[in-house]
Every structure is written in structure tokens, then in C-alpha cells.
Design a protein around this ligand. Structure first.
Ligand SMILES: [Zn+2]
Length: 143
């Protein structure tokens, strides 16, 4: 897929996922250059207070895969308010509880996101190349 096709998918799913008021920048990178989000060739940096996200994605893969990744990364933006609420509550706890809560939250967020992606894209079984971690080494969701 070329960059224009990737941008069109971002615009389509931004609307469908309730992110109309978000600014989403797309950075098309070569596969070996993208930091990987849970086994995906994509990554999302969130600047949630500004309702802004930057998605880095390797566009040189199957259109279905690119679309799955875009939905996945946009869902991180969609869940930003929930993540911030959980983080604020967890930060009130004594160490090491905040880190444990954050790891559990990250795992559950990814599980939920994957279920939603597969529900939105019937016909793609997905998941074969997806590595769900317990949150250790997670690199996405920075804000
Ligand atoms: Zn993710």
C-alpha cells in the first residue's frame, strides 16, 4: 500500500472509532525501522491531552494487515481517557501496586483491542503473528 492508501484508512477509522476531533499524523516507515507494538509493524505515540496521535506504520505489507494495525493503534488513542483514569487511581496506591496495575491494564487493553479488531474485520483471523505479552517490554502508549 502506498502512503496515500494508508492515510485514507486512518481517516476512515478515525471517523468510525469516534476520534474525529483527534489529529492523527501518519509516518510510513520501512518494516525494519518501526518499533513494534505487541508484534505488529506499527506503533502509536499518544499526546492525549492535545488529542493528538502519531502512528508509525510499515505500509509495505498486505492491505488487510495495514488496516488491522491502523485500527489497533487508533484504539489505543480511543482508550486514552480510560488508561489515564486507571493510571491516576493506581498512582494512589503504594509501590509496587501501581506498576502491577499498569502491567495488568496494558495486557487487558491489548486483549480488548484485539477482540475489537477481529470483530471489525471479519474474515481476517489475525492473531497468528500477534504476540500478546503481559506488558513487559511494551513500548506503545507513550504520552
Ligand atoms: Zn498495541
Amino acid at each position: 500500500m502506498d502512503r496515500q492508501d494508508c492515510s485514507a484508512l486512518v481517516a476512515k477509522w478515525k471517523k468510525r472509532l469516534g476520534l474525529r476531533d483527534w489529529t492523527v499524523e501518519l509516518e510510513a516507515v520501512e518494516s525494519q525501522l518501526v518499533d513494534r507494538d505487541n508484534g505488529y509493524d506499527g506503533l502509536c505515540e499518544l499526546f492525549g491531552n492535545q488529542r493528538r496521535a502519531r502512528i508509525s506504520i510499515a505500509c509495505e505489507q498486505s492491505p488487510a494487515n495495514v488496516e488491522r494495525i491502523i485500527i489497533h493503534e487508533l484504539l489505543h488513542a480511543r482508550m486514552y481517557p480510560l488508561e489515564q483514569t486507571v493510571k491516576a487511581a493506581a498512582d494512589q496506591l503504594s509501590s509496587p501496586a501501581p506498576a502491577i496495575v499498569q502491567n495488568r491494564y496494558d495486557y487487558e487493553e491489548h486483549t480488548l483491542i484485539e477482540d475489537i479488531v477481529f470483530a471489525l474485520m471479519p474474515g481476517t483471523d489475525g492473531g497468528d503473528d500477534l504476540i500478546i505479552t503481559d506488558g513487559e517490554g511494551e513500548t506503545d502508549g507513550g504520552d
